[in-house]
Design a binder for this molecule. Sequence first.
Ligand code: SPV
Ligand code: MG
Length: 290
Amino acid sequence: MSPARRLRARMAETGLVHIMAAHSPLSAILAEEAGFDGLWASGFELAALYGLADMSLISMTQHLDMLRSIAGRTTLPIVADIDTGYGNAINVIHAIGEYERAGASAVVIEDKTFPKVTSLVAGGRQELLRIEEFQGKLEAAAATRRNPDFLVIARTEALIAGLGETEALRRALAYTKAGADMILIHSKKQDASEIESFSRAWTGAVPLVVVPNAYPDLDARRVRALGNIRMMIYGNYGIRAAATCMQETFRRIIADGGVQNVHKDILPVEEIFRLQRTEGIKAAEARFLR
Ligand code: SPV
Ligand code: MG
């Protein structure tokens, strides 16, 4: 069964899948071990890993290289964040071919203009495409995929752009008509009221996806109660968790004048050896090196 088929099957079976942001193969391995259903090849996380803003500065090649490395180290389905699709519908055709070959099971394409501005930043310039133009991009994506289980998820940024629920619903319905398999609805409000209201008003035929990072109180119990959300994406928690630990540890090393205190508080190197699958390499050495 392809990872894309597994992702669809898991959604059907559990009613809600939990997709963890991964910015590296190591973070993907940790997410798989923790029990997530899939991975989010997040644009924000990869940009942050490079020390850059999430504003279309990372190239498709950089994102694909990381996605391939992630796909090589885990068995989880990967939902690729392809931002605006790198241009118009022609760029989307090229991108879908590349992402499917690289091992993605789904893409999320957002209805912003290229270059985009990250969604949650205060005062960010948020410009949306004409609906017809974005429909063309979605149709191009759906027509290009080879595996019919590969998911094309349309993300509307209408709430992020301050255009209100009516416009968000209008766009989401138009994107469903264009062939989107799911609709990702995002908000920058610090409570989930916009998302819950949108979900209650949603009459479209496809399920919804949410990214509860500005509104962390929207947990799985509340999501399930809404009834039409099938995917929760934990976007930015991987890089924030990693940065939290590194920031604290690095500061302590400077303050302590050495690693004598932090040494016992972080993972032992043996655990890193395990995550690197070093035992398998040792076994191969014993077997093959003569
Ligand atoms: C990402 O993780 O890249 C996302 C989610 O798109 S957000 O940063 O909240 O827009
Ligand atoms: Mg993103």
